[in-house]
Write a protein that binds this ligand. Sequence first.
Ligand code: SAM
Length: 286
Amino acid sequence: MANALYGKIQTFYDEASGLWEQIWGEHMHHGYYGPDGRHRKNRRQAQIDLIDECLAWAGVTEATEILDCGCGIGGSALELASRFGARVTGITLSPVQAERATERARAANLAGDIPPWARFQVADALNTPFADQSFDLVWSMESGEHMPDKVAFLQECYRVLKPGGRLLMATWCHRPTDSLAGPLTWLEQQQLEWIYRVYGLPYVIALPDYEAIAHNCGFTNLRAADWSLAVAPFWDEVIASAFSPEALVGLVKAGPGTLQGALALAPMRQGLQSGLIRYGLLTAVR
Ligand SMILES: C[S@@+](CC[C@H](N)C(=O)[O-])C[C@H]1O[C@@H](n2cnc3c(N)ncnc32)[C@H](O)[C@@H]1O
């Protein structure tokens, strides 16, 4: 299963990353619009604010060895390297992303041998090439939803963290099913299936499920938060910018996967608005 899925994820990001960078910039994640989602701001600023807010929420004020699991074109990694003076290793399934992130690190003077630096490679977050206890921060910004085995993913994060090191992840989830709303309905499952197909996701889980998995892996000091309200305006912004002539031409040129991704923007927004799709944060200490 992982091979077909990984091929799909690689193709999706190989094809879409150039256009995303051209239209939306280096961060391939949601933006933060205040706790209630009512602060209006520039989209790129909102994306940088999300990084700030995640770090503040988790109480991360320093880190020297960071693993960025699912690094995209290095948006977070370069930010974290310069902010903390850190050595950041970014991994992605997309060779195009790894190459572009490396170019961006060079342009930002973050490619030398003396920290801060950021290096990028193609590697599977479920089975990384790093030694046990290599990092003091594992950062995963919107990559957990792609992982075909959430348990193996969190186990690998635990393995590569030093004792006392911290996991900080933000990920797409579905609503908890232990409330009065009960299990996912057939319609909700169909809506999710469609989003999975378009974005190369095997499945998503509820935030309490991530907490349980992290707990079973041995993580301590677990905290989780639902930031769906805070990030919801992001999709309006993306939809609005997708209608510029530049974006429309780029979408057609980039290939069918990217075009399908654009067609799924409205269902994603609807999913967040209806409460089916949730934006989950999880932090924990090894
Ligand atoms: C939505 S992008 C997020 C990129 C980046 N974190 C950001 O915020 O700009 C998801 C990323 O997860 C990566 N990814 C998905 N599955 C992965 C896996 N099994 N191992 C490593 N990276 C993976 C993709 O290649 C892509 O870079």
